[in-house]
Design a protein around this ligand. Structure first.
Ligand SMILES: Cc1cc2nc3c(=O)[nH]c(=O)nc-3n(C[C@H](O)[C@H](O)[C@H](O)COP(=O)(O)O)c2cc1C
Length: 474
Protein backbone atom coordinates (compact mmCIF):
# COMPACT_ATOMS: atom_id res chain seq x y z
CA UNK A 1 0.00 0.00 0.00
CA UNK A 2 1.36 3.45 -0.92
CA UNK A 3 1.45 5.90 2.02
CA UNK A 4 1.08 9.56 1.11
CA UNK A 5 3.68 12.04 2.38
CA UNK A 6 2.21 13.97 5.33
CA UNK A 7 1.74 17.71 4.90
CA UNK A 8 1.26 20.58 7.37
CA UNK A 9 -2.12 22.32 7.14
CA UNK A 10 -3.64 25.21 9.10
CA UNK A 11 -7.13 24.60 10.49
CA UNK A 12 -9.54 27.10 12.00
CA UNK A 13 -10.46 26.64 15.67
CA UNK A 14 -13.68 24.55 15.69
CA UNK A 15 -15.64 27.22 17.60
CA UNK A 16 -15.13 29.74 14.77
CA UNK A 17 -16.25 29.96 11.16
CA UNK A 18 -15.23 32.45 8.48
CA UNK A 19 -17.86 34.94 7.33
CA UNK A 20 -17.18 36.54 3.94
CA UNK A 21 -19.02 39.70 2.83
CA UNK A 22 -19.74 40.66 -0.79
CA UNK A 23 -17.11 43.47 -0.56
CA UNK A 24 -14.38 40.91 0.34
CA UNK A 25 -14.27 41.63 4.09
CA UNK A 26 -13.63 38.54 6.15
CA UNK A 27 -14.36 37.94 9.83
CA UNK A 28 -13.85 34.91 12.09
CA UNK A 29 -17.08 34.49 14.03
CA UNK A 30 -17.99 32.37 17.09
CA UNK A 31 -21.17 32.31 19.21
CA UNK A 32 -20.03 35.38 21.18
CA UNK A 33 -17.16 37.00 19.24
CA UNK A 34 -16.43 38.45 15.81
CA UNK A 35 -12.83 39.14 14.78
CA UNK A 36 -12.39 41.35 11.70
CA UNK A 37 -9.52 40.18 9.46
CA UNK A 38 -9.58 42.73 6.61
CA UNK A 39 -10.53 42.71 2.91
CA UNK A 40 -9.36 40.04 0.48
CA UNK A 41 -9.83 39.06 -3.18
CA UNK A 42 -12.58 36.63 -4.22
CA UNK A 43 -9.95 33.99 -5.07
CA UNK A 44 -8.33 34.33 -1.60
CA UNK A 45 -11.63 34.12 0.28
CA UNK A 46 -12.66 31.05 -1.77
CA UNK A 47 -9.37 29.34 -0.92
CA UNK A 48 -9.57 30.44 2.74
CA UNK A 49 -12.80 28.43 3.07
CA UNK A 50 -10.52 25.34 3.09
CA UNK A 51 -9.34 26.41 6.57
CA UNK A 52 -12.39 24.60 7.95
CA UNK A 53 -10.83 21.23 7.02
CA UNK A 54 -7.19 22.24 6.52
CA UNK A 55 -5.33 24.64 4.23
CA UNK A 56 -1.84 23.34 3.36
CA UNK A 57 0.82 25.83 4.48
CA UNK A 58 2.46 25.24 1.10
CA UNK A 59 -0.45 27.22 -0.43
CA UNK A 60 0.86 30.34 1.38
CA UNK A 61 4.36 30.09 -0.06
CA UNK A 62 5.28 31.68 -3.35
CA UNK A 63 5.12 35.12 -4.89
CA UNK A 64 1.65 35.02 -6.54
CA UNK A 65 -0.90 37.63 -5.41
CA UNK A 66 -3.15 34.79 -4.22
CA UNK A 67 -0.42 33.24 -2.04
CA UNK A 68 0.43 36.66 -0.54
CA UNK A 69 -3.23 37.40 0.30
CA UNK A 70 -3.75 33.95 1.81
CA UNK A 71 -0.55 34.35 3.82
CA UNK A 72 -1.76 37.70 5.23
CA UNK A 73 -5.16 36.25 6.13
CA UNK A 74 -3.75 33.12 7.78
CA UNK A 75 -1.12 35.10 9.74
CA UNK A 76 -3.89 37.38 11.06
CA UNK A 77 -5.88 34.36 12.22
CA UNK A 78 -2.72 32.98 13.84
CA UNK A 79 -2.09 36.27 15.71
CA UNK A 80 -5.59 35.98 17.20
CA UNK A 81 -4.84 32.40 18.31
CA UNK A 82 -7.56 30.94 16.07
CA UNK A 83 -5.54 28.27 14.25
CA UNK A 84 -4.23 24.78 14.92
CA UNK A 85 -1.72 23.09 12.60
CA UNK A 86 -2.19 19.52 11.48
CA UNK A 87 0.38 17.08 10.19
CA UNK A 88 -1.10 14.21 8.21
CA UNK A 89 -1.82 12.89 4.74
CA UNK A 90 -3.34 15.45 2.33
CA UNK A 91 -7.12 15.75 2.66
CA UNK A 92 -7.10 15.99 6.46
CA UNK A 93 -8.80 12.61 7.02
CA UNK A 94 -6.31 11.29 9.59
CA UNK A 95 -4.02 13.48 11.70
CA UNK A 96 -0.66 12.17 12.86
CA UNK A 97 0.02 15.21 15.03
CA UNK A 98 -1.96 18.38 15.82
CA UNK A 99 -0.01 21.45 16.93
CA UNK A 100 -1.82 23.80 19.32
CA UNK A 101 -0.07 27.18 19.71
CA UNK A 102 0.53 28.27 23.32
CA UNK A 103 2.10 31.70 22.77
CA UNK A 104 0.57 34.55 20.77
CA UNK A 105 3.18 34.68 18.01
CA UNK A 106 3.70 30.93 17.38
CA UNK A 107 4.15 30.05 13.73
CA UNK A 108 5.09 26.50 12.66
CA UNK A 109 8.56 26.37 11.17
CA UNK A 110 10.45 23.17 10.51
CA UNK A 111 14.14 23.51 11.43
CA UNK A 112 16.50 22.08 8.81
CA UNK A 113 17.77 18.56 9.58
CA UNK A 114 19.69 15.85 7.79
CA UNK A 115 19.87 12.04 8.26
CA UNK A 116 23.31 12.30 9.88
CA UNK A 117 22.12 14.71 12.63
CA UNK A 118 21.87 13.35 16.18
CA UNK A 119 18.84 14.39 18.21
CA UNK A 120 17.57 13.82 21.75
CA UNK A 121 14.45 14.79 23.71
CA UNK A 122 14.70 17.99 25.78
CA UNK A 123 14.71 17.34 29.55
CA UNK A 124 11.82 19.84 29.78
CA UNK A 125 9.54 17.88 27.35
CA UNK A 126 6.85 15.58 28.75
CA UNK A 127 4.14 13.33 27.33
CA UNK A 128 0.91 13.12 29.30
CA UNK A 129 -2.75 12.24 29.05
CA UNK A 130 -5.25 15.05 28.42
CA UNK A 131 -8.76 13.61 28.31
CA UNK A 132 -8.55 10.89 25.69
CA UNK A 133 -5.48 12.37 24.02
CA UNK A 134 -1.73 12.08 24.45
CA UNK A 135 0.01 15.47 24.38
CA UNK A 136 3.67 16.43 24.24
CA UNK A 137 4.38 19.65 26.10
CA UNK A 138 7.32 21.68 27.34
CA UNK A 139 7.51 24.94 29.27
CA UNK A 140 10.06 26.04 26.66
CA UNK A 141 7.82 25.35 23.67
CA UNK A 142 5.56 27.90 21.98
CA UNK A 143 3.10 25.11 21.10
CA UNK A 144 1.93 21.73 22.34
CA UNK A 145 1.85 18.66 20.10
CA UNK A 146 -1.16 16.33 20.24
CA UNK A 147 0.24 12.93 19.30
CA UNK A 148 -2.45 11.00 17.40
CA UNK A 149 -0.23 8.14 16.18
CA UNK A 150 1.06 5.78 18.94
CA UNK A 151 4.13 4.98 16.81
CA UNK A 152 5.22 8.62 17.17
CA UNK A 153 4.78 8.44 20.97
CA UNK A 154 6.98 5.31 20.96
CA UNK A 155 9.60 7.12 18.88
CA UNK A 156 9.61 9.98 21.37
CA UNK A 157 10.27 7.45 24.14
CA UNK A 158 13.26 6.17 22.13
CA UNK A 159 14.59 9.73 22.09
CA UNK A 160 15.35 9.66 25.82
CA UNK A 161 18.71 8.62 24.34
CA UNK A 162 20.43 10.40 21.47
CA UNK A 163 19.68 8.87 18.05
CA UNK A 164 20.88 9.64 14.60
CA UNK A 165 17.92 10.65 12.47
CA UNK A 166 18.78 8.12 9.75
CA UNK A 167 18.66 5.18 12.20
CA UNK A 168 15.54 6.46 13.94
CA UNK A 169 13.63 6.80 10.70
CA UNK A 170 14.45 3.18 9.82
CA UNK A 171 12.81 2.10 13.11
CA UNK A 172 9.77 4.42 12.88
CA UNK A 173 8.49 4.98 9.36
CA UNK A 174 5.94 7.68 10.28
CA UNK A 175 8.62 10.03 11.63
CA UNK A 176 9.26 12.50 8.85
CA UNK A 177 11.68 15.40 8.59
CA UNK A 178 8.88 17.98 8.86
CA UNK A 179 7.73 16.65 12.24
CA UNK A 180 11.28 16.35 13.60
CA UNK A 181 12.03 19.87 12.31
CA UNK A 182 8.90 21.27 13.99
CA UNK A 183 9.79 19.52 17.27
CA UNK A 184 13.32 20.90 17.07
CA UNK A 185 12.04 24.42 16.34
CA UNK A 186 9.81 24.17 19.46
CA UNK A 187 12.75 23.07 21.63
CA UNK A 188 11.06 19.70 22.31
CA UNK A 189 14.12 18.10 20.68
CA UNK A 190 17.75 19.16 20.73
CA UNK A 191 20.36 18.65 18.07
CA UNK A 192 23.57 17.37 19.65
CA UNK A 193 26.93 18.50 18.35
CA UNK A 194 30.07 16.35 18.53
CA UNK A 195 31.05 17.94 21.87
CA UNK A 196 27.61 17.67 23.55
CA UNK A 197 27.98 14.06 24.79
CA UNK A 198 24.71 12.39 25.77
CA UNK A 199 22.74 15.62 26.15
CA UNK A 200 22.16 15.07 29.87
CA UNK A 201 21.62 18.29 31.85
CA UNK A 202 22.90 20.18 28.84
CA UNK A 203 22.42 23.89 28.64
CA UNK A 204 20.05 23.12 25.75
CA UNK A 205 21.66 25.93 23.83
CA UNK A 206 21.08 28.43 26.66
CA UNK A 207 23.34 28.46 29.75
CA UNK A 208 20.54 30.08 31.77
CA UNK A 209 18.59 26.80 31.64
CA UNK A 210 21.25 24.82 33.52
CA UNK A 211 19.94 26.23 36.82
CA UNK A 212 16.29 25.25 36.20
CA UNK A 213 14.75 22.00 37.40
CA UNK A 214 11.98 20.57 35.20
CA UNK A 215 9.17 20.95 37.77
CA UNK A 216 10.11 24.55 38.63
CA UNK A 217 10.11 25.77 35.01
CA UNK A 218 6.81 23.98 34.40
CA UNK A 219 5.27 25.47 37.57
CA UNK A 220 6.38 28.97 36.56
CA UNK A 221 4.90 28.81 33.05
CA UNK A 222 1.63 27.10 34.10
CA UNK A 223 0.87 29.34 37.10
CA UNK A 224 1.25 32.60 35.15
CA UNK A 225 -0.23 33.94 31.91
CA UNK A 226 1.41 34.17 28.50
CA UNK A 227 2.82 30.72 27.74
CA UNK A 228 -0.32 28.57 27.73
CA UNK A 229 -3.91 29.01 26.60
CA UNK A 230 -5.90 27.67 29.58
CA UNK A 231 -8.13 30.07 31.56
CA UNK A 232 -6.38 31.78 34.51
CA UNK A 233 -7.88 33.30 37.66
CA UNK A 234 -11.13 32.74 39.54
CA UNK A 235 -12.73 30.37 37.01
CA UNK A 236 -14.74 28.36 39.59
CA UNK A 237 -13.55 25.27 37.70
CA UNK A 238 -14.97 22.85 40.29
CA UNK A 239 -18.18 24.69 41.23
CA UNK A 240 -20.30 22.05 39.48
CA UNK A 241 -18.26 19.16 40.87
CA UNK A 242 -18.34 19.69 44.64
CA UNK A 243 -19.36 22.35 47.21
CA UNK A 244 -16.74 24.85 48.47
CA UNK A 245 -14.75 24.02 51.60
CA UNK A 246 -15.84 26.00 54.69
CA UNK A 247 -14.28 29.47 55.21
CA UNK A 248 -12.96 28.44 58.62
CA UNK A 249 -11.72 24.95 59.39
CA UNK A 250 -14.04 23.10 61.77
CA UNK A 251 -12.24 22.67 65.13
CA UNK A 252 -10.55 19.40 66.02
CA UNK A 253 -12.47 17.33 68.55
CA UNK A 254 -10.91 17.29 72.02
CA UNK A 255 -10.03 19.65 74.86
CA UNK A 256 -9.88 23.33 73.86
CA UNK A 257 -8.10 26.20 75.64
CA UNK A 258 -10.08 29.43 75.14
CA UNK A 259 -7.74 32.35 74.45
CA UNK A 260 -10.31 35.17 74.31
CA UNK A 261 -10.17 35.95 78.02
CA UNK A 262 -6.38 36.12 78.09
CA UNK A 263 -5.90 39.19 75.89
CA UNK A 264 -8.04 42.23 75.05
CA UNK A 265 -9.70 42.01 71.59
CA UNK A 266 -8.60 45.57 70.71
CA UNK A 267 -5.18 46.13 69.05
CA UNK A 268 -2.61 46.50 71.79
CA UNK A 269 0.06 48.45 69.91
CA UNK A 270 0.50 50.74 66.87
CA UNK A 271 1.73 47.71 64.90
CA UNK A 272 -1.32 45.64 65.86
CA UNK A 273 -3.49 48.62 64.76
CA UNK A 274 -1.65 48.79 61.43
CA UNK A 275 -2.37 45.11 60.82
CA UNK A 276 -6.08 45.69 61.52
CA UNK A 277 -6.22 48.77 59.29
CA UNK A 278 -4.59 47.02 56.33
CA UNK A 279 -7.00 46.22 53.54
CA UNK A 280 -6.96 46.00 49.74
CA UNK A 281 -7.61 49.20 47.76
CA UNK A 282 -8.55 48.78 44.12
CA UNK A 283 -9.89 52.25 43.15
CA UNK A 284 -7.55 55.24 43.18
CA UNK A 285 -8.03 59.03 43.39
CA UNK A 286 -6.58 60.22 40.09
CA UNK A 287 -7.04 63.90 41.01
CA UNK A 288 -4.63 63.31 43.93
CA UNK A 289 -2.04 60.90 42.59
CA UNK A 290 0.78 59.48 44.66
CA UNK A 291 3.88 61.72 44.44
CA UNK A 292 7.45 60.83 43.50
CA UNK A 293 8.54 61.72 47.05
CA UNK A 294 5.99 59.26 48.46
CA UNK A 295 7.14 56.60 46.01
CA UNK A 296 10.75 57.17 47.10
CA UNK A 297 9.72 56.80 50.74
CA UNK A 298 7.66 53.67 50.00
CA UNK A 299 10.53 51.97 48.14
CA UNK A 300 13.11 53.06 50.72
CA UNK A 301 10.97 51.72 53.56
CA UNK A 302 10.18 48.37 51.96
CA UNK A 303 12.86 47.30 49.51
CA UNK A 304 16.09 49.30 49.67
CA UNK A 305 19.42 47.49 50.17
CA UNK A 306 20.56 48.28 53.72
CA UNK A 307 23.97 46.63 53.61
CA UNK A 308 26.07 44.11 51.71
CA UNK A 309 28.19 41.34 53.20
CA UNK A 310 30.12 38.24 52.18
CA UNK A 311 29.70 34.63 53.30
CA UNK A 312 29.53 31.02 52.14
CA UNK A 313 33.21 30.06 52.29
CA UNK A 314 32.60 27.91 55.39
CA UNK A 315 30.79 25.27 53.26
CA UNK A 316 33.05 22.77 51.41
CA UNK A 317 33.50 23.58 47.74
CA UNK A 318 31.32 26.70 47.87
CA UNK A 319 32.86 29.97 46.68
CA UNK A 320 32.47 33.21 48.57
CA UNK A 321 29.05 34.74 47.90
CA UNK A 322 27.97 38.36 48.30
CA UNK A 323 24.71 38.86 50.15
CA UNK A 324 22.59 41.88 50.97
CA UNK A 325 20.24 42.88 53.79
CA UNK A 326 16.89 44.55 53.07
CA UNK A 327 13.84 45.51 55.16
CA UNK A 328 11.96 42.24 54.44
CA UNK A 329 13.17 38.67 55.08
CA UNK A 330 14.19 36.47 52.12
CA UNK A 331 15.11 32.78 51.80
CA UNK A 332 18.84 32.30 52.19
CA UNK A 333 19.28 36.08 52.04
CA UNK A 334 19.36 35.59 48.26
CA UNK A 335 17.14 38.64 47.58
CA UNK A 336 16.32 37.45 44.08
CA UNK A 337 13.29 39.75 43.73
CA UNK A 338 13.46 42.86 41.54
CA UNK A 339 10.86 45.62 41.28
CA UNK A 340 9.60 47.06 37.98
CA UNK A 341 7.24 50.04 38.28
CA UNK A 342 4.69 50.72 35.56
CA UNK A 343 3.71 54.32 36.28
CA UNK A 344 0.34 55.55 35.06
CA UNK A 345 -0.27 58.58 37.28
CA UNK A 346 2.41 59.80 39.69
CA UNK A 347 3.08 63.48 40.39
CA UNK A 348 6.66 64.24 39.38
CA UNK A 349 7.27 61.03 37.42
CA UNK A 350 6.43 60.53 33.74
CA UNK A 351 4.20 57.65 32.61
CA UNK A 352 6.39 54.65 31.71
CA UNK A 353 8.19 51.57 32.97
CA UNK A 354 11.03 51.88 35.52
CA UNK A 355 13.37 49.45 37.26
CA UNK A 356 14.04 50.08 40.94
CA UNK A 357 17.77 49.83 41.59
CA UNK A 358 17.56 48.66 45.21
CA UNK A 359 21.32 49.12 45.72
CA UNK A 360 21.45 52.71 44.46
CA UNK A 361 17.89 53.59 45.62
CA UNK A 362 17.11 54.99 42.17
CA UNK A 363 14.68 54.45 39.31
CA UNK A 364 15.89 53.70 35.78
CA UNK A 365 13.51 54.35 32.87
CA UNK A 366 13.03 51.47 30.40
CA UNK A 367 11.84 52.35 26.92
CA UNK A 368 8.69 50.29 26.17
CA UNK A 369 5.96 50.49 23.51
CA UNK A 370 2.99 52.51 24.91
CA UNK A 371 0.47 49.86 23.80
CA UNK A 372 2.22 47.20 25.92
CA UNK A 373 2.18 49.50 28.95
CA UNK A 374 -1.50 50.12 28.30
CA UNK A 375 -2.15 46.35 28.05
CA UNK A 376 -0.39 45.86 31.39
CA UNK A 377 -2.61 48.46 33.11
CA UNK A 378 -5.75 47.03 31.47
CA UNK A 379 -4.95 43.50 32.72
CA UNK A 380 -4.27 44.81 36.25
CA UNK A 381 -7.57 46.75 36.33
CA UNK A 382 -9.38 43.65 35.03
CA UNK A 383 -7.77 41.41 37.68
CA UNK A 384 -8.96 43.82 40.41
CA UNK A 385 -12.39 44.41 38.86
CA UNK A 386 -11.41 48.11 39.04
CA UNK A 387 -12.81 50.94 36.91
CA UNK A 388 -9.35 52.26 36.00
CA UNK A 389 -5.63 51.50 36.17
CA UNK A 390 -3.64 51.72 39.41
CA UNK A 391 -1.46 54.84 39.72
CA UNK A 392 1.61 52.62 39.99
CA UNK A 393 1.72 48.91 39.16
CA UNK A 394 4.67 47.16 40.77
CA UNK A 395 5.75 43.93 39.09
CA UNK A 396 7.80 41.70 41.36
CA UNK A 397 10.19 39.83 39.09
CA UNK A 398 12.61 37.09 40.13
CA UNK A 399 16.20 36.64 39.02
CA UNK A 400 15.64 32.88 39.06
CA UNK A 401 19.27 31.83 38.87
CA UNK A 402 20.22 33.86 41.95
CA UNK A 403 18.26 31.44 44.17
CA UNK A 404 18.24 28.15 42.18
CA UNK A 405 22.07 28.18 42.17
CA UNK A 406 21.86 27.26 45.87
CA UNK A 407 18.40 25.73 46.39
CA UNK A 408 17.73 23.87 43.11
CA UNK A 409 14.51 21.83 43.47
CA UNK A 410 12.84 24.10 46.05
CA UNK A 411 13.90 27.37 44.39
CA UNK A 412 10.57 28.29 42.82
CA UNK A 413 8.58 27.58 45.98
CA UNK A 414 11.00 29.81 47.92
CA UNK A 415 10.56 32.56 45.32
CA UNK A 416 6.77 32.51 45.76
CA UNK A 417 7.14 32.60 49.56
CA UNK A 418 9.53 35.56 49.23
CA UNK A 419 7.00 37.30 46.98
CA UNK A 420 4.29 36.79 49.63
CA UNK A 421 6.53 38.26 52.33
CA UNK A 422 7.22 41.31 50.14
CA UNK A 423 3.54 41.77 49.29
CA UNK A 424 2.59 41.98 52.96
CA UNK A 425 5.49 44.40 53.52
CA UNK A 426 4.03 46.57 50.71
CA UNK A 427 0.53 46.39 52.20
CA UNK A 428 1.72 47.48 55.63
CA UNK A 429 3.96 50.30 54.35
CA UNK A 430 1.16 51.62 52.11
CA UNK A 431 -1.31 51.56 55.03
CA UNK A 432 1.21 53.30 57.29
CA UNK A 433 1.71 56.07 54.68
CA UNK A 434 -2.02 56.59 54.09
CA UNK A 435 -1.77 55.06 50.61
CA UNK A 436 -3.73 52.13 49.22
CA UNK A 437 -2.67 48.93 47.51
CA UNK A 438 -3.77 45.54 46.31
CA UNK A 439 -1.88 42.33 45.52
CA UNK A 440 -2.63 40.90 42.07
CA UNK A 441 -2.40 37.14 41.62
CA UNK A 442 -1.91 36.97 37.86
CA UNK A 443 0.74 38.34 35.51
CA UNK A 444 1.72 37.85 31.88
CA UNK A 445 5.29 36.56 31.65
CA UNK A 446 5.42 36.74 27.82
CA UNK A 447 4.40 40.41 27.76
CA UNK A 448 7.02 41.26 30.38
CA UNK A 449 9.65 39.39 28.36
CA UNK A 450 8.69 41.35 25.24
CA UNK A 451 8.71 44.67 27.11
CA UNK A 452 12.07 44.18 28.78
CA UNK A 453 13.87 41.94 26.30
CA UNK A 454 14.61 39.54 29.19
CA UNK A 455 14.03 35.82 28.47
CA UNK A 456 11.10 34.44 30.49
CA UNK A 457 13.37 31.95 32.25
CA UNK A 458 16.07 34.47 33.16
CA UNK A 459 14.11 37.17 35.03
CA UNK A 460 10.33 37.44 35.10
CA UNK A 461 7.14 38.28 37.02
CA UNK A 462 6.09 36.25 40.06
CA UNK A 463 3.75 38.82 41.63
CA UNK A 464 2.17 42.26 41.23
CA UNK A 465 1.05 45.04 43.54
CA UNK A 466 -1.19 47.98 42.62
CA UNK A 467 -0.30 51.17 44.51
CA UNK A 468 -1.77 54.66 44.73
CA UNK A 469 -3.81 57.09 46.77
CA UNK A 470 -7.11 55.33 47.45
CA UNK A 471 -10.41 56.92 46.45
CA UNK A 472 -12.29 57.92 49.59
CA UNK A 473 -15.70 57.02 48.15
CA UNK A 474 -14.69 53.55 46.88
C1 LIG B 1 -1.40 36.53 46.68
C2 LIG B 1 -2.58 37.44 46.55
C3 LIG B 1 -3.16 37.60 45.32
C4 LIG B 1 -4.25 38.45 45.17
N1 LIG B 1 -4.77 38.65 43.92
C5 LIG B 1 -5.78 39.54 43.76
C6 LIG B 1 -6.27 39.84 42.47
O1 LIG B 1 -5.78 39.32 41.46
N2 LIG B 1 -7.29 40.71 42.36
C7 LIG B 1 -7.83 41.33 43.45
O2 LIG B 1 -8.75 42.13 43.28
N3 LIG B 1 -7.37 41.07 44.71
C8 LIG B 1 -6.36 40.21 44.88
N4 LIG B 1 -5.85 39.97 46.13
C9 LIG B 1 -6.42 40.67 47.31
C10 LIG B 1 -7.35 39.75 48.07
O3 LIG B 1 -8.56 39.60 47.34
C11 LIG B 1 -7.62 40.37 49.44
O4 LIG B 1 -6.42 40.40 50.18
C12 LIG B 1 -8.66 39.56 50.23
O5 LIG B 1 -9.92 39.63 49.62
C13 LIG B 1 -8.79 40.09 51.67
O6 LIG B 1 -9.21 41.45 51.66
P1 LIG B 1 -8.31 42.60 52.32
O7 LIG B 1 -6.96 42.56 51.68
O8 LIG B 1 -9.04 43.88 52.01
O9 LIG B 1 -8.21 42.31 53.79
C14 LIG B 1 -4.78 39.14 46.31
C15 LIG B 1 -4.18 38.95 47.55
C16 LIG B 1 -3.09 38.13 47.67
C17 LIG B 1 -2.42 37.99 49.01
Amino acid sequence: MRTETPIIAARLNGRFSLHMQADGSVAAVSADLSVGLGQFSAAATARAAHLAIGLPLAALAGKSALAKQLHALVRRLAQHGLLDYHLGPPGGAQDLVVIEPQVADYWPQAAKLSSSDTIVLSRFAYLHRRGNEMVLQSPRAGALFRICDPAIAAALALLSRPHSIGKLRKQVGSLNFDLLGLLLDSAMLLKLGAKDGDGLRASEGDPNLVLWDFHDLLFHTRSTEGRHTDPVGGTYAYAGVMPPLPAVRPPWPGKTIALGKLAAPEPASPFARLLRERHSTREFDDRNPVTLAELAQFLGTTARVLSEWKGGRDVDGVPEVTYSSRPYPAAGSAYELELYLAVSNCEGLARGLYHYDAGGHALTAIDVPPQQLHAMFTSAAYAMGASGPPQVLITIAARFGRISWKYASIAYSLILKDAGVLLQTFYLAATDMGLGGCAIGTGNIERFAKMTGLDFHVEGPVGQFALGRGRKDA
